[in-house]
Structure formats: structure tokens, C-alpha cells
Design a protein around this ligand. Structure first.
Ligand code: NAP
Length: 270
């Protein structure tokens, strides 16, 4: 993907991004920095966050990193307080941190169907970062946004939040919940000028889907999977998050944008 120097589409805004250490979150961290946001980046791996911050600063941007584990309920408040301490406000929240198929390789049963998963597997995903991690971040950001009657919350869900999958049932339940939580927040907080939208990526070439990305090596299989015939790049999701984070989306709240190469638009492969 080409990277321009940005045109200030987020100038003056403070943007908090979860899962900023890799994949979609890292691309968003760098893009938001180029577009003039003061970026507050969080994830567990401090050295990866620092790499992102170095890239942001090298491009003339500004930000801080706040390492933390979203399995710990206190992390979200720590991140928001750090944002307010440093920059005085939170304008944009990108809820993005999540686990998927790579996590499933490391934690058998978590990306399984209901018939194979245990209650503990279910809780690890739903009660962990994939759903509860969104709740805690939003819960910590909202009072700051409502107080100022200004804010944009953008939730990274998944095309698996609007279609079913043969496995990963806890994941799909979490993603479907995120899409509808977004709608509920949109109607509840619209009067206070806090917008909420979601973005549903399709197959994106990140660590999360490393165990399955090999299917795109075969062009026929790639087109059978995705009409555009390839996996997406993290920057292609970051661009959608930029739109919703910026004032360009000022009339969008409760929107759900699929960015999936056409995957969910057809009923069967040609
Ligand atoms: P990724 O490269 O694996 O990034 C996941 C991010 O989440 C990392 O920054 C990771 O950072 C963070 N994270 C995971 N567990 C965490 C925890 N307990 N506490 C704090 N941070 C945690 O995957 P990605 O593809 O960019 O995923 C980003 C989002 O896109 C996810 O919500 C995912 O469900 C969604 N999505 C991805 C795809 C896809 O095909 N890639 C498709 C649809 C939706 P640390 O490890 O440093 O903590």
C-alpha cells in the first residue's frame, strides 16, 4: 500500500487505539499519526508499540504508548486516564484488540464450534478480549466523551459478525454482539453527539489468520473465497477506520461497513 504524508484529516483529535501493536491496529496507529491525530496506542507488547510510535514520530506525528492486557479489567481505565493526562481529552476510540485463529492454535477449543468448546473456552473469548475487552474500553472512554458532548467510537467487528462460520462460534458471537452493541450505542448517545460505528473486515493478512492465509496462494481458491481474489491488507481497514474516526463521517452513526473484498455480497462461489 502506498503511504502519503497525510492531509490532517484527524488534526486536533486525540485517538485511542487498542490492539495497536500489530496488524490492523498497527496500520491504524501509523495512519492516524500521519493524519495529525495525537495517538494513544495500547496492547500488551510494549516493544511492538514502541516500534509503531517510532514510525509515527519518524513521519512527523505524535503519540504515546500505554502497554496493558485487556484481560485485566483495570487496563482500559489506565489507558483513558493516560490519554487525558497527556492530551486532556479523548475524541476517537478505535476498539480493535482481539484474538482469533492464531489464538485458537495456542488455546485449543477456543475457536471451535459449540459442540467442541467448553464453557471455559467460551469465556476465554467472550469474557476475554473479544467482547468484554470492547466493553471495558468503551465504558472507560464514554464518560470522557459524554462530558464534552463529542466523540467517535469505532468498533472493529468482522464479516463473521454478520455471517456464520463453521467454527469459531464464540468469536462470531462476540463479533455479532459488537455490531449490535454499536447500533445501541449509536441511538443512545446521539443526542450527546457521541457517534458509534463498526467496521467488518473480511480476510486480512495479519498474524490473526496466519494459520489459514495459505489458501490465497492458489488463485482459483482465492477467487472462490473472495470475489476480489485476495486477502486484504491492514491499511485497507485502517482507511475505513480513518473515515469513521474523522469528521468526514459526521452523518454516520450506527453504520456498519463491510470491507471484505465482496465476500459477503454473494450467495455462492461462481
Ligand atoms: P493481530 O495482528 O493479531 O492483532 C491483534 C491485536 O490485539 C494485537 O495488537 C494484540 O496485541 C492485541 N491483543 C490481543 N489480545 C490482547 C489482550 N489480551 N490485551 C490487549 N491487547 C490484546 O490481528 P488483526 O487481524 O489485526 O486483528 C485486529 C481486529 O480485527 C480484531 O478484533 C479481529 O477480530 C479483527 N478482524 C480481523 C480479521 C483478519 O482477517 N485479520 C478479520 C475480521 C476481523 P498484543 O499481542 O501485543 O497484546
Amino acid at each position: 500500500m502506498s503511504q502519503d504524508s497525510g492531509s490532517g484529516r484527524l488534526a486536533g483529535k486525540v485517538a485511542v487505539i487498542s490492539g495497536a501493536s500489530s496488524g490492523i491496529g498497527r496500520a491504524t496507529f501509523e495512519l492516524f499519526g500521519r493524519e495529525g491525530a495525537k495517538v494513544v496506542a495500547t496492547a500488551r507488547r510494549e516493544e511492538k508499540l514502541q516500534e509503531g510510535l517510532d514510525a509515527v514520530k519518524a513521519a512527523g506525528g505524535e503519540g504515546i504508548i500505554v502497554p496493558g492486557d485487556l484481560e485485566d479489567d483495570a487496563t482500559a481505565e489506565k489507558v483513558m486516564q493516560a490519554a487525558v493526562d497527556e492530551y486532556g481529552q479523548v475524541d476517537v476510540l478505535i476498539c480493535n484488540a482481539g484474538v482469533g485463529w492464531q489464538y485458537g492454535e495456542e488455546h485449543p477449543g477456543t475457536m471451535a464450534g459449540v459442540h467442541e468448546a467448553t464453557v471455559e473456552n467460551w469465556r476465554a473469548v467472550i469474557g476475554g478480549v473479544d467482547l468484554e475487552g470492547y466493553f471495558t474500553m468503551i465504558h472507560a472512554a464514554l464518560p470522557r466523551m459524554l462530558e464534552r458532548e463529542s466523540g467517535s467510537i469505532v468498533n472493529v467487528a468482522s464479516m463473521a459478525g454478520v455471517t456464520g462460520l463453521y467454527d469459531g462460534h464464540a468469536y462470531t458471537a462476540a463479533k455479532g454482539a459488537i455490531v449490535n452493541l454499536t447500533r445501541s450505542m449509536a441511538i443512545t448517545y446521539a443526542k450527546q453527539n457521541v457517534r458509534a460505528n463498526s467496521v467488518c473486515p473480511g480476510f486480512i493478512d495479519t498474524a490473526m489468520i496466519a494459520p489459514v492465509i495459505g489458501v490465497f496462494d492458489d488463485p482459483d481458491a482465492a477467487h472462490a473465497m473472495v470475489p476480489l481474489g485476495r486477502a486484504g491488507q491492514p491499511e485497507e481497514i485502517a482507511n475505513a477506520l480513518l473515515f469513521f474516526g474523522s469528521d468526514e463521517s459526521s452523518y454516520c452513526t450506527g453504520s456498519n461497513l463491510l470491507v471484505d473484498g465482496g465476500c459477503t455480497s454473494r450467495s455462492f462461489a461462481a
